[in-house]
Design a protein around this ligand. Structure first.
Ligand SMILES: *Cc1c(COP(=O)(O)O)cnc(C)c1O
Length: 377
């Protein structure tokens, strides 16, 4: 089936009891058992929930995967992945990942005997150089937040296969609509469902997706044992959202391209970072491994004073953390999402106070451009 068809139907069929077209919302913590040892396959809400299972199947289908394991947040999903490795193990990570991933790995998990190397994965050979006898996993984010630099998933997958390493790809920025890492050789895809997949800025969620039955079995065990599960209501809302994922992503992409093009021409802007622009350093790779360029645009202003004014004067773009919703947001990564990344570290990959990140929504592109024009003036 095509993406839009799967988005609307995968994991869902009319309810057997009533014929309800929409998957019911099962708000229950426990299930009646007929007699000792006899139940309908449902015992307790942390372990089994029908609405959650429908969402897991739906998202797995969209990522061309077999198994989905859902969590209460994107970070809970990434945290669960850390239970696939153990004390003494080493993990290689893209240097410019989401700030919360950096904080989880470096400030929490490192206290439990895990070690991390922060690597510029835009050059796959940098990964090769960091592999140690105890390396077990490579965790990449592509495109990265907020620098929008890309990692060649196929090339990294070849390295991982040769060295017996698990490859995890955080695909939050592209959504399954524009990029499917499992088809490029990744073992696990992780998403903050909070962003494009849900797309309406009204819940927090996460998912891990894999084709590997052994990994699935372990992650399913961890999901129940550690318990970071999403609420049935959030799963139901997300199922409602994925039905429009295809149309939303097309519009995000179209609007972002227009906004990027407009910003390129503005004298107060030093540079515009968007994988869909021919002068993006990895535009060629972007065209190969993604089927679109997404809705995120980062811009470097020439002067910080202009940044302050811009953020204050925008009317349609809301100054807020997060991204991927239908409404346009603007964020200042250094003081917001990436506050926990040390200055020397972030400046190495070019993240300074002059950088502004736009999550371009699906409003009328003309209104978005007019808003930027008046705020920048
Ligand atoms: C937001 C985000 C996360 C964390 O997800 P939450 O749902 O906020 O826990 C992880 N990775 C990326 C790329 C993100 O943008």
């Amino acid at each position: 089936m095509g993406f839009a068809t799967d988005a609307i139907h995968a994991g869902q069929k009319p309810d057997e009891v009533t014929g309800a077209v929409i998957t019911p919302l099962y708000l229950t913590s426990t299930y009646a058992q007929e007699e000792l040892g006899k139940n309908k396959g449902f015992e307790y809400g942390r372990t089994h929930n029908f609405t959650r299972a429908a969402l897991e199947q739906n998202l797995a289908a969209l990522e061309k995967g077999t198994f989905g394991i859902a969590y209460a947040s994107g970070l809970a999903a990434i945290h669960a992945l850390m239970s696939l490795v153990k004390a003494g193990d080493h993990v290689i990570v893209t240097d410019n990942v989401y700030g919360g991933t950096y904080r989880l790995f470096e400030l929490i998990m490192s206290n439990y005997g895990l070690s991390y190397s922060w690597v510029d994965t835009t050059k796959p050979e940098n990964i090769l150089a960091e592999i140690r006898p105890n390396t077990r996993m490579v965790h990449i984010e592509t495109p990265t937040n907020p620098m929008l630099s890309l990692t060649d998933i196929k090339a990294v997958s070849a390295i991982c296969k040769e060295h017996g390493l698990l490859l995890v790809v955080d695909n939050t920025f592209m959504s399954p609509y524009f990029q499917n890492p499992l088809t490029l050789g990744a073992d696990i895809v992780t998403h903050s469902v909070t962003k494009y997949i849900n797309g309406h800025s009204d819940l927090i969620g996460g998912i891990n997706i894999t084709n590997n039955a052994t990994i699935h079995e372990r992650l399913r065990y961890i999901q129940n044992a550690a318990g970071g599960v999403p609420s049935p209501f959030d799963c139901w809302l997300t199922l409602r959202s994925t039905k429009t994922l295809a149309v939303r992503m097309k519009q995000h992409n179209e609007n972002a391209q227009k906004v990027a093009q407009f910003l390129l021409t503005h004298p107060k802007i030093a540079d515009v970072i968007y994988p869909g622009l021919p002068d993006h350093p990895q535009h060629k790779l972007a065209k190969e491994q993604m089927s679109g360029f997404g809705g995120m645009v980062s811009v470097n202003f020439k002067e910080f004073t202009d940044v302050q004014q811009f953020l204050k004067k925008l009317k349609i773009f809301t100054l807020a953390e997060s991204l991927g919703g239908v409404e346009s947001l603007v964020c200042h990564p250094v003081s917001m999402t990436h506050g926990s990344v040390p200055k020397e570290k972030r400046e190495k990959f070019g993240l300074t106070e002059k950088l502004v990140r736009l999550s371009v929504g699906i409003e009328d592109a003309e209104d978005l451009i007019n808003d930027i024009r008046q705020a920048i003036a």
